[in-house]
Write a protein that binds this ligand. Sequence first.
Ligand code: IPM
Ligand code: MG
Length: 373
Amino acid sequence: MTDTYRVVTIPGDGIGPEVVAATCTVLDALGARAGFAFEWSPIVMGGAAIDTYGIPLRDEDLALAAAAADAVLLGAVGGPKWDVPGAPVRPEQALLALRKGLGLFANLRPVAAEPALIAASPLRQDLVAGVDLLIVRELTGGLYFGERQEPTDGPNGRQAYDTLLYTEPEVARVARLAFQLARGRRNRVTSVDKANVLASSRLWRTVVNEIAAEFPDVELEHRLVDSCAMQLITSPGIFDVVVTENMFGDILSDEASVLAGSLGMLPSASLGETRTAHGLLGVYEPIHGSAPDIAGQGVANPAATILSGAMMLRWSFGRHAEADALEAAVRQALADGFRTGDLLGAGDEGFVRVGTDGFRDAVLERLTVGPAA
Ligand code: IPM
Ligand code: MG
C-alpha cells in the first residue's frame, strides 16, 4: 500500500506561493519515485487572508491543520501592504496563532556552511568553513506570548509593555529536546540566556541544569545572549546545539543565517508533541520572509523551502533516506553552479543564473531516489 501524507500548504504572501509550488513539485516527484504520495490542502493565511476574510487565520483553517494534517508546509506571510502601524490585524498574528494552536514549542533551525557557498559569506572563509549548528528556539512562550499592553496614556506620556514569562515545564521540554538532538550530533548544548539581568533567565538556567542531569553524556555550557551574539561571528565553529528563549532565538537565528551564505538557504521545522499516523506533526517553513520586492517575478530562491520539505520528510514522515537524498540534490545543484540571484554577487562569473523553476529543475535532475522496491 502506498503511504499518503496529508499536508496543509500555506503559500501565504509575497514569494511564498512561488517557493511552495516549487517544493510541492519536487516532493511529488520524489514521492512518485520512492513510492509514496502527498495530498495537498492549501489554506489562505496571513496578508492574503486579511484581504480575503478580514482576519489573518480562520478558525476552520487552523482546525484543518490541527486535526486533518500530518504536516504543514508554509511559504511566508506579511508585506508592506499590511504593515500599517495601529492596524487591528497583522499577518504575523496568524503565524503565532498557528504555532500556539498546534502546540509547536520547538523551532529547529539548522545552520550549516554549504561548501559551494562559503565564498558568498561576508565573513572570512576560514571562520565559516565547517560551521554546523542547530538553533533550538523556544516557540510558544516568552516575550512573544506574555501579557502585553499596547500604548496607553500614562503619567509620563504613552506607555506600553510586554512580559517575558516562562514556566518550568515550558523550559524543561525544550531543553530536553535540545539534549536529545545533541546526542545525534556532537553532544554539546549551549543554553543562551540573560541570567545576569532577567529573572526568567535565572529560572531558565536552573531548569536547564536540572534537565542536563538526565544527559550526563552531553556537555552543557551557558552563555549570555550578548556574548553569544558576538561569538556566533567570531568563533561559530564552537557551537553544536544552541537552545534559547523565543525572542533571543529569533534574533540569533537571523544572525546565524549569515554563516550559511544567504537567508535564502535556511529551512526550519516547528515541532510539538502531537503524533500522527506517520510521525510528529510539524510546520515546515523557510526562515526568510515574503520578499515583496521580488514577488511574482519567478526569481526567488526555493532552496530553503525545498530543504524545509526535507525536514518534513525526516520529522513528520520518518523518511530519512529520502530526506538525505533531497538535501544531497540541493547541495549538488549548488556544487554544479546553479545560483538564484540572492546567491550571486557583482562580478560573480562561471555560475548558471536560474530563477525559481530553474533551480527546482536542477534539484529534480539531481535526485537520486530509486523507484520503490
Ligand atoms: C521568524 C519570524 C517571525 C518571528 C515573525 C514573522 C513573526 O521572524 O519566524 O523568525 O518573529 O517568529
Ligand atoms: Mg525571525
